[in-house]
Design a protein around this ligand. Structure first.
Ligand SMILES: Cc1cc2nc3c(=O)[nH]c(=O)nc-3n(C[C@H](O)[C@H](O)[C@H](O)COP(=O)(O)OP(=O)(O)OC[C@H]3O[C@@H](n4cnc5c(N)ncnc54)[C@H](O)[C@@H]3O)c2cc1C
Length: 276
């Protein structure tokens, strides 16, 4: 089946085109959408692209950093301001994938993909939607809940908070497949501490539900406690509360539930994925 490709130089034009027709998809790096086209996916017949350079800019203010949706994982890894996210970007595929895979596209990747999105979830991320005629911002968690219902909106950027300290952010991925490296699961944590106690814990998983999710039971169990053997054991005891892992060729739901507490313990004890 032939596909029509429409390329626009302005984000707003691309957003209008995307929202004006039903059988359209936006294409960023194309690592997923090209595969769908090669497989003859007939749910869409038009692909919208934008060459607007602002879509891949990384902008900083005092407290937050805005990452353009079109920024690639390789761009994130080349940014010294985003050093805390290098391990999460490095977790996405191999070098060829990271050169084109975008941050915006990762928000739409189906489980067990979405490793980078789990990292964004613990950094209080908000998503800027260019929309057809009116743009708006929404918390990433809300966005993930509706992303499949509103496929015709263009994400222009994602804004994140800087981690409280350089060691407050942690990321760990468990994968058995190389080099494609689909996750069994990945875990991100933001663990700011005040007076030696965790204050404002955020934990997120990729691979443990249909989309990347926060894990409130683990967050509650850590809150106000020192990060020691006892609190880590309590957190691991509720590691799977509120999750609904799927079974796929990479792992069964049972296996994911078995390994989640093991990897959560490793992360909380300070073991993280290698940085690039
Ligand atoms: C071999 C291989 C290995 C991979 N390994 C991993 C991995 O380890 N971890 C992982 O998380 N993912 C992995 N992926 C999946 C994918 O590469 C990434 O999730 C990537 O970030 C997707 O971005 P993209 O720019 O290529 O998306 P595209 O393919 O361009 O688009 C994907 C979907 O997102 C939508 N979309 C993209 N950008 C926007 C936007 N700005 N606004 C609105 N909609 C948008 C598209 O319409 C489409 O539906 C892998 C893929 C392959 C092929």
């Amino acid at each position: 089946m032939p596909y029509t490709v429409k390329t626009f130089s302005q984000t707003s034009e691309a957003a209008n085109a995307l929202s004006s027709a039903r059988r359209t998809h936006y294409m960023a790096g194309g690592t997923l959408i090209m595969r769908a086209m090669n497989e003859g996916d007939q749910s869409f017949d038009t692909v919208i692209r934008s060459t607007d350079p602002t879509l891949s800019q990384i902008k900083q203010s005092a407290a937050r950093i805005e990452i353009g949706a079109g920024a690639t994982m390789a761009q994130v890894m080349a940014s010294s301001e985003l050093a805390f996210l290098h391990s999460a970007a490095h977790a996405v595929g191999g070098p060829a994938i990271r050169n084109i895979a975008s941050v915006g596209g990762n928000l739409f990747a189906r489980c067990p993909y979405g490793d980078f999105t789990a990292a964004l979830l613990v950094l209080d991320a908000t998503v800027s939607v260019a929309g057809g005629y009116s743009g708006h911002d929404m918390p990433l968690e809300e966005f993930l809940a509706v992303r499949n219902r509103e496929p015709h909106q263009l994400v222009s950027a994602i804004s994140i908070a800087r981690p409280a300290t350089s060691d407050a952010f942690r990321f760990l991925k468990f994968s058995r497949v190389k080099p494609a490296r689909k996750s069994v699961l990945s875990i991100a944590a933001h663990l700011p501490q005040s007076g030696g106690r965790v204050s404002g814990a955020r934990i997120a998983y990729c691979g443990m539900a249909e989309t990347p999710i926060r894990v409130p039971a683990v967050e509650r169990s850590l809150e106000g406690k020192p990060l020691d053997e006892a609190s880590i054991a309590q957190a691991c005891a509720v590691a799977c509360e509120g999750t609904s892992p799927s079974t796929d060729p990479i792992a069964s739901d049972w296996y994911r539930r078995e390994v989640a507490p093991v990897y959560l313990k490793r992360l909380l004890m300070g073991q993280t994925s290698r940085r690039a």
